[in-house]
Design a protein around this ligand. Structure first.
Ligand code: BJW
Ligand code: ZN
Length: 248
């Protein structure tokens, strides 16, 4: 994109954000890329060498829970080494301006939005930091502490699993309901660092659009969301978001 048109689009996006009373944001793995976490799809993707169906489905866990846990424990250990980046912090500043009119919906399971200080965060795909018992259903926050290759519940003795949403699983009801409400009620919907191919999360973009919200996309390359966006700002979110904040 040429620098003049980026400046023009940044100005337009600033206008839309300034006049919006309610803003909802959908983030994906791209916002954490500049913190050093791999994205899911494309070069260097998280699943490289490890097929997604081998690790992130209920069937995979039933077949080989140790393999699945090894994979998730590696990612949990990695979390201890990463920090939020300027993109995460810029979203905290937008929330500070809008207060209750701001909702951050994230597909990410890394917890970096909360670490940055975002408050109204809906983690629609769960969290790497939490575990859930397959027997009694108890959920506990284990942070980034190291867990055995096959952890068990202290209450009932059954296996624990990561509290994330695998393929073919439903999203958590209450959190999903809140995400739909926020997308359906906002004037401005920001879509940041997601390929927007994963449903039902990507459906939130259509939902916002149907309710006549303006959609501002931030991504280093066009995505499945681009044809639905009022504006696509091409560039890394760790640079583009602070630029937007400067103009607000
Ligand atoms: C930057 C940047 C920078 C880089 N700045 N940008 C066939 C089989 C099985 C399921 C299905 C199927 N067909 C359809 C389905 C449904 C499925 C689905 O949508 N699949 C599609 C992939 C086809 N959905 C589900 O299964 C959902 N459940 C469901 O529908 O239940 C009903 C059902 C019942 C029975 C059968 C079928 C359905 C649940 C989906 C849960 C998704 N879970 C995962 C794993 C979470 C746990 C974990 O982390 O281990 O969530 S998959 C993965 O994708 C992860 C992500 O949250 C999600 C979205 O990915 P994201 O964030 O967009 O990452 P990328 O890598 O795709 O994109 C990164 C973007 O960043 C790129 O655009 C870059 O350009 C950009 N970028 N650097 C800005 N610096
Ligand atoms: Zn239990």
């Amino acid at each position: 994109m040429n620098p003049d048109s980026l400046q023009r689009d940044l100005d337009l996006a600033t206008q839309l954000l300034r006049t919006a009373r309610k803003v909802a944001v959908l983030t994906g793995a791209g916002i954490s890329a500049e913190s050093g976490l791999a994205t899911f799809r494309g070069a260097g993707g998280l699943w490289e060498g490890q097929r997604v169906e081998d690790v992130a489905t209920p069937r995979a866990f039933a077949r080989d829970p140790s393999l699945v846990w090894r994979f998730y424990n590696l990612r949990r250990a990695n979390l201890a080494t990463v920090k939020p980046n300027p993109g995460h912090y810029a979203l905290v500043q937008i929330e500070d301006r809008l207060g209750d009119g701001f909702t951050l919906i994230t597909q990410n399971v890394d917890g970096l939005h909360r670490s940055a200080g975002s408050r109204n965060v809906l983690e629609i795909h769960g969290s790497l930091r939490r575990v859930r018992c397959v027997g009694c259903g108890v959920v506990s926050d284990r942070g980034v502490e190291s867990l055995p290759d096959l952890p068990h519940c202290v209450a009932c003795g059954k296996m624990l699993r990561p509290d994330v949403v695998w393929f073919e699983e439903d999203l958590p009801d209450l959190v999903w309901h809140r995400a739909c409400k926020a997308a359906g009620e906002c004037d401005c919907f920001l879509v940041i660092g997601t390929s927007a191919v994963d449903y039902p999360a990507a459906g939130l973009i259509d939902l916002a659009r149907m309710q006549t919200a303006d959609v501002i996309e931030i991504n280093i390359q066009p995505s499945a969301a681009s044809s639905h966006a009022t504006i696509t700002l091409l560039g890394p979110s760790g640079t583009i978001l602070p630029e937007l904040i400067k103009r607000l």
